[in-house]
Design a protein around this ligand. Sequence first.
Ligand code: G3I
Length: 361
Amino acid sequence: MKAKYLIKQACIMLIFMCFIACNNSKIKKENIGLKNAATFPIGTAINISTLLNDAKLQKLQIENFNSITATSDMKMHAILPAENKYNWKTADTILSYAKKHKQRLFGHNLIWHSSTPKWVSEKGEKDSVWLDDFMQQYIKTYVNRYKGKVAAWDVVNEAFESSGGNYRESFWYKNLGKSYIEKAFRYAHEADPNAVLFYNDFNIERDTVKLNAVLDMVNEFKAKEVPISGIGFQMHIRMDIPDEIIAYSLKKAAATGLQIHLSEVDIIFNTHNDERLGGIQNYSVLRDEMKQAQAEKYKNLIRMYKEIVPKEQQFGVTFWDFTDRDSWIKGFFNMKDWPCIYNDSLQPKPAYYGVLDGLLQ
Ligand code: G3I
């Protein structure tokens, strides 16, 4: 009887010790900070005013990240809202935050159909010669102002249709033809020859037709000596996108020899049609097993990046907002979801530890 009692007590003690050890390792791991566990830069995209007005968010941002991207504040509509009225204030604030906390500043973005101000599209539609010249002036003025300060740029964002291999019939394409893309790279390079210049797009990790079209463009650029230095995989992925396809796509892109940036990482459970308000709410509650599965998915993503992309091409991994509270997903697709590594209360999710495990492996 006594022996039985002692065994039971020993078991309880063992479980208790395991629990403590487990918790301690979580605490220790959390204290490491993602950036210190990584062999490449770890970034986050963020809204600077949200960041500066939230001390807790800022603490987490500083602990975990050594690269920063503006979610919206460095796009054309923010930088040049009206003709000849450059607004550098917010970009300067981001730059001084980056400098103060020794973070790499990533420039997102120079040319994107979605952030073209109305005054530019109205004028450009009527006069493509003006538009061509405007694009050159804009890129050179902007890149030159932050020369040596912005380490890298998404020079052109999303120039291909959401799915398939066609160039996007955007305002820029319609008025300047596809050559606007290579011109944008040349202008950016002329303004800052040391900046790392990216083409950035979404769905290229899952849509192989789209990926092939982007890679054809990259190869064409290389043959014509267009100064492109990297490919940005936005990596807004979904739980059911097979890891095998992601691995295949990363391998194919890495074979170009260019820098590879996972530039806008988040992982959703629900689905959408890529359009604003196009969400489909399959899951409205986040259950524990979903959290664990998301942690595994994050871990695998990091692991694939480390294993497939050669070290010298690992430009880094950037999370697109890092809290469920601030993520763009809910507002944009009008659906509830939990795409990030921190939750609504700014607590680390299992996903956070998934990333950390992936980095530490
Ligand atoms: O700043 C105004 C604020 O004054 C106003 O009260 C509020 C009301 O709607 O809107 C605020 O602006 C919003 C802005 O984000 C800043 O939060 C815009 O409406 C909103 O459209 C804008 O959305 C951004 C979107 O790009 C369009 O620029 C998202 O935050 C940003 O996460 C998203 O990022 C894109 C990448 O650049 C490219 N890849 C896809 C990714 C997600 O859509």
